[in-house]
Design a protein around this ligand. Structure first.
Ligand SMILES: O=C(O)C(=O)CO
Length: 288
């Protein structure tokens, strides 16, 4: 694709790209990743919970991360709450054994997000577990996600609820856009704040066989964030079968104009080589 064609095809990404530094640049230590992204023209990034199973990291560790972002001139746009990906789990909000750690993580994650300018916090729902019923887990999740939404609202942020793909998260209960949006609606009904939003991860829904255009047409008004990776493979745009540029144009036309998360694995294994699809002049985030 010529540069001119690429610039027009990806025009809807201009000023909105945010690099997920938990899946990209993972070949580097965490504290080196913001500068690596900045060297390629990006000025915004997002993170899964970056401290593994530690729900309340100390100030020194938090300051090191904050310094890595500020020194690189990169703004954090989104942060996952404690989702414990380090042990393969898919979140903690609905998991009885993890609930206390999720609750103690809320103020820490929200304060870190606020200090780095993030406007979105993502609460991965948590897997179904054998020692609790679905109803018990959903009741616990509503209590925990209500607390998270209230804390996010206090810093002017949205709380995101995400569907994950069945292959990587078979025990996760939210595999469709509708299921995630139902949780969003329950949280908003409980808080009255309206800051719970749907995280539209186009890759996860593609794996699950969802009609992505229909999802956009139906749920665009509930979308608080979007993440992209091509399918199959979860690599950069152009390596799979999705018309990601067209889907982003459709989503933008439907009213979502927020950040676009680049959440993919580099096809070559080298993150710096995985951005040729996006002309450099489209990579920097708009201020604010
Ligand atoms: O686990 C994943 O793939 C995620 O998208 C977490 O945000």
């Amino acid at each position: 694709m010529s540069d001119v064609t690429a610039a027009s095809a990806w025009a809807s990404v201009k000023g909105r790209a945010t690099v997920n530094l938990s899946i990209l640049f993972s070949e580097l230590p965490l504290l080196e990743r913001p500068a690596a992204a900045a060297a390629l023209g990006f000025t915004a990034a997002e993170l899964w919970w970056p401290f593994g199973t530690e729900s309340t990291p100390g100030e020194a560790e938090l300051d090191q991360l904050r310094k890595a972002f500020s020194d690189a001139g990169v703004r954090l746009t989104g942060l996952n709450f404690l989702d414990d990906l380090s042990v393969g789990a898919k979140g903690t909000a609905s998991v009885p054994a993890e609930s206390d750690r999720f609750r103690e993580n809320i103020p820490v994650a929200v304060a870190l997000a606020e200090s780095l300018g993030a406007g979105a916090l993502n609460a991965i729902y948590g897997n179904r577990v054998p020692d609790a019923t679905a109803a018990e887990q959903d009741e616990l999740a509503l209590e925990n996600l209500t607390r998270a939404a209230q804390a996010a609202h206090a810093i002017g942020a949205v709380l995101l609820i995400e569907a994950l793909n069945r292959n990587d998260a078979p025990d996760y209960p939210l595999h469709t856009a509708a299921a995630a949006v139902e949780v969003v609606d329950r949280i908003n009904a409980a808080t009255g704040l309206g800051n719970a939003k749907f995280l539209l991860d186009l890759y996860h829904l593609a794996v699950n066989g969802e009609d992505l255009e229909a999802v956009i047409d139906t749920h665009a008004d509930k979308v608080g964030h979007v993440q992209i990776a091509d399918f199959p493979g979860r690599n950069e745009p152009g390596t799979g079968t999705l018309d990601l540029a067209g889907l982003l144009d459709r989503l933008t036309a439907a009213g979502y104009t927020g950040p676009i998360g680049l959440e993919y694995k580099p096809a070559s294994g080298v993150s710096a080589d995985s951005f040729e699809w996006l002309p450099r002049e489209l990579r920097a985030a708009q201020a604010g």
